[in-house]
Each structure stands twice: as structure tokens, then as C-alpha cells.
Unconditional design. Structure first.
Length: 146
């Protein structure tokens, strides 16, 4: 059984839309598996497809697309440790830094995204966890090796 072509269309926009339609679910599942956090997984997927858009002209065939579809998600480091309220995740992503620090939360978790020199640091913990102390600790000690 042949696979459905990924890069279809004559214009850059058409090729990009077919790429997203063909790969979005796979890339999202992989990103979610990596970070176990829906907003963060969505950010990884967005960054992955943004990079695909920027390099679409160099993707000449479907094999080239499959080889690089999740590369941005690999350019990260993930550390989990026990905080005062439960597990805390520290994820360092080597991507385009956000312009300002921002926070997010839901019923169970809270988190902060911290722009850093070459990427972003994301801290996620239980709702009552004081992430500011960990932000200071890790921001001062992260060496960009990824």
C-alpha cells in the first residue's frame, strides 16, 4: 500500500497546507509524549511547522519531510525532580525565545515560560508549587549544550 504524498500543490501555501494536514497529528502526539503538557506540546508543534514553512523550498520530496518533521522537538532537554508539592518539570527548548516571560495554568498545574539567550525554559509544577525559586536556580545554571 502506497503512502499518501505529503507535499502536494503548486504554490508554497498549498504544499505547506498539505504537509500540515498529513503530519499534524503525528507531530502533536510525539510532542505531547515528550512533554506531557498540552499547551507546551502545541507550542512545540507550532515551532516545528514554523520551521517547516521557513525551509519548505528545501524540502524537495516526502522522504526529506519525514526525516525532519520532529527535529525541533529533539532540540530540548527535560528534567523532572520532586518539588515541595509534587513533580516539577524543567524543559529547555533550543528555539526562538519568546519576547516576554509568561505563565499558564489549569485546574492542576501551573507553569512559566522564561525567555533565555538561545531558547526558552519552561517550568511546570503542581498548582501550589513556587516555581519562581526554581526559575532563578535553573536560569543561572543552564549551559546551552543542546
Amino acid at each position: 500500500m502506497d503512502e499518501i504524498p505529503i507535499l502536494q500543490g503548486n504554490t508554497k501555501k498549498q504544499r505547506y497546507e498539505s504537509l500540515v494536514a498529513a503530519l499534524y497529528q503525528d507531530v502533536y502526539r510525539y510532542a505531547f509524549w515528550l512533554c506531557k503538557n498540552q499547551p507546551m506540546a502545541e507550542d512545540l508543534v507550532q515551532e516545528t511547522f514554523l520551521r517547516a514553512w521557513r525551509s519548505l523550498e528545501s524540502l524537495q520530496n516526502d522522504k526529506a519531510v519525514k526525516a525532519c518533521e520532529v527535529m525541533p522537538a529533539f532540540q530540548s532537554a527535560h528534567l523532572i525532580f520532586e518539588g515541595t508539592q509534587g513533580a516539577v518539570s524543567v524543559i529547555v527548548i533550543n528555539n526562538r525565545p519568546v519576547s516576554i516571560e509568561y505563565s499558564f495554568h489549569d485546574e492542576r498545574f501551573n507553569g512559566i515560560v522564561v525567555p533565555m539567550g538561545e531558547g526558552n525554559m519552561v517550568l511546570v509544577g503542581e498548582n501550589n508549587e513556587d516555581l519562581e525559586q526554581y526559575k532563578t536556580l535553573f536560569a543561572d545554571n543552564i549551559d546551552w549544550v543542546i
